[in-house]
Design a protein around this ligand. Sequence first.
Ligand code: GDP
Length: 367
Amino acid sequence: MEELYCQGCGVLIQTSDPQAPGYTPASSLEKENILCKRCFRLKHYNEIQDVAITDDDFLKMVSSIRSANGLVVHVVDIFDVHGSLIKSLPRIVGDNPIVLVGNKVDLLPKSTNKRKLEQWLRSSAKDAGINVKEVCLISSTKGYGMKDLTEVIEEQRKNRDVYIVGTTNVGKSTFINRLIKQSTGYGEVITTSYFPGTTLGFIEIPLDDETSLIDTPGIVNRQQMAHYVSEQDLKLITPNKEIKPRVYQLNSGQTLYFGGLARLDFVKGKRTSFVCYFSNQVPIHRTKLENADELYGQHIGELLSPPDQKTLEVLPELKENAFRLTGGEKTDIVFPGLGWVSVIAEDVTVAAHSPKEVSASIRKSLL
Ligand code: GDP
């Protein structure tokens, strides 16, 4: 059989194993724009199918960039920088230059200072050992920043191939779809979805006679919240429009629950305000710290939801990380993939509870 690749995700088409990536019934091989069953279902029924692929395979595929010569465009989710910045990127891409793209800026409040945010992103990358040539902020759903980014790519690629890399769920497919539409006026070529791990192969999209834009598989980061929640809950915790910050004036001895997926205890400090940046669909409950455990025991999955029942079956237990924030700077307490809470660090002690595999951390305030 001639080797065929799915027009959706780029995976090698096969007709023998319905559970493995790339399966297509033999009867559909005649079609012009061939799709694997998974992409077909996604495209026509908006339904995700799980296929098994190991993290090692992802890394192996992506590592072939190392020996190539091109520009690397690393797309991160501005809402989950911690979960989407690929710390091993320098190892993966070797000497190839990197442009860092912060996607989903439409989720941040309109008043956000974009220049400051770019600087923040650049220094976050640097702290993680990633030196980047340029930083661009975009919204691939709304189109914001795409023109500037296209120019930056053109300038930086110096007539070489462009590799698009990112972890799953950062909006890489949406971004590439938009690039393609912009340059060719072509419709949907690559599948987009809520679920991580959808893009399984390399897809080459010609830029000119000699060079291509190459979409690489989404790298799975086990520290992403997305891996521990049901499809339904993922829709709730993934913001789909501008986040409305919710402000709580708290006294020490109070606790905030973010649904029932995370919790923040204000352990010690003067009365202060906690500004919460989460999907508008995640309810926040305030309670007394002394009652917090009991509330969880009695109401998890009900009053405290998400999680729904399906998530509860797989959700790791909550683990506590304590932080004492001093120095007076605005600081974010980050719950990767869920959101963050911003507070002025005037000797504030907090305990952040989050699912074990997705530990909370602190950073210099993003906004
Ligand atoms: P991929 O796994 O990196 O290819 O990510 P997808 O393109 O499938 O996108 C993952 C999710 O993020 C989908 O629900 C998209 O609608 C959403 N998404 C992608 N780009 C943006 C964006 O610029 N803004 C917002 N708000 N959501 C986005």
